[in-house]
Design a protein around this ligand. Structure first.
Ligand SMILES: Cc1cc2nc3c(=O)[nH]c(=O)nc-3n(C[C@H](O)[C@H](O)[C@H](O)COP(=O)(O)O)c2cc1C
Length: 329
């Protein structure tokens, strides 16, 4: 690899690892060989209680893949992505090759800039609606990756009931609580997990769906949350591991597009993490496709607290003359 190409790839990998992941578990690995980057699922970092099928982990890898692609385009390279290229290796989620000249567009610049500004916003939103033009842009962002973004409307009551039910069941599950405790309330400098500074203030009344117990800082002053959050669901036409990665690509393009217009975002994942409520949410959205993620969107005051990331040598293996060097392989 020439030096300049290696700088390009390093920058793309630095963008990739800024992707969101449940509890900031960063369940990815990369292997780099000249103009080729492999994106792999790291099984050791899949949340075994909340995510036994690795669905959320593959979503996260899809988000990392989108960041990688966005960064390559921003640097003037044309990426070609093959999803799940090897049936014998199910954890090899994607191979990206890049060559040729890519003419950098305004959208490339906007998305690349958003990669390093996006963060999960666990604070209250204002009761101010997201304009129709922005919603349409978010729908287009998901559509561009072969997925659908659906703004929750008639399904709101049933969806939030599923979220509350899941949270109730998880609260009574010792294994879930232990897993959650392991990954949250970390020190600010922790390279993974969620630091206490990223937690939100306690709501001023019960029943707020915006925030999970484990992402709440009880020492902050109580605050009023938005009366009804704007929720959007990412869906794909089909199900399975490739659909998970595709949904992750779409989810991340939606998150970056939202960030670029100062719309803050967070996640509402509880219904996907309990078998019975997962069945419920699948059924609820069946007419529209396979649901993968529920996003909360709105306007809020952002005291961004950045979550850490593991250093590149922990997640990247260089392939030199057919052999892997460095960690992560
Ligand atoms: C699939 C998925 C599910 C997530 N679920 C939740 C959630 O239920 N609650 C929450 O507060 N954050 C959730 N997150 C956000 C992560 O905690 C967050 O991405 C991680 O801590 C890194 O922080 P950042 O997004 O600010 O970079 C989720 C992220 C992903 C990708």
């Amino acid at each position: 690899m020439t030096r300049s190409l290696s700088i390009v790839v390093d920058q793309a990998l630095a963008a990739a690892v800024r992707a969101p992941s449940p509890h900031n578990s960063q369940p990815w690995r990369f292997a780099v060989d000249r103009e080729r980057v492999e994106v792999r699922l790291d099984r050791d970092r899949v949340l075994s209680v909340a995510d036994p099928d690795a669905h959320e982990a593959r979503l996260s890898c899809g988000a990392a893949l989108l960041n990688l692609v966005v960064s390559l385009r921003f640097q003037g390279f044309e990426p070609r992505v093959r999803l799940l290229p090897d049936a014998a290796e199910p954890d090899l989620l994607a191979v990206v090759t890049h060559d040729g000249n890519h003419r950098v567009s305004v959208e490339d610049q906007t998305l690349a800039d958003a990669v390093f500004r996006r963060h999960t916003h666990r604070r209250p939103f204002l009761d101010r609606s997201v304009p129709a033009g922005i919603r349409a842009a978010l729908v287009r962002a998901a559509g561009g990756e072969g997925a659908t973004l659906h703004f929750v409307d008639a399904e709101y009551v049933r969806l939030t009931a599923l979220a509350r039910r899941a949270e109730f069941l998880q609260a009574g599950d010792d294994a879930f609580r232990a897993e959650s405790a392991r990954w949250t309330r970390r020190h600010a400098a922790s390279p993974d997990g969620v630091p206490l500074g990223a937690a939100g203030p306690p709501p001023d009344h019960e029943g707020v769906v915006a925030l999970r117990e484990s992402h709440l800082d009880p020492d902050l002053p109580v605050r009023a949350y938005e009366r009804q959050p704007l929720l959007a669901v990412v869906l794909t036409p089909d199900a399975g591991p490739a659909a998970d990665v595709r949904a992750g690509l779409a989810m991340q393009r939606v998150l970056l597009t939202a960030t670029s217009v100062r719309v803050a975002t967070s996640f509402l994942s509880q219904p996907f993490e309990v078998a019975s409520t997962r069945a419920g949410i699948t059924e609820l959205f069946r007419p529209l496709g396979r649901p993968h993620a529920v996003l909360r969107m709105g306007y809020g005051y952002s005291a961004a607290s950045w979550t850490g990331r593991r250093p590149a040598h922990d997640v990247v293996a260089r392939i030199v003359d057919g052999e892997k060097r460095n960690g992560g392989g």
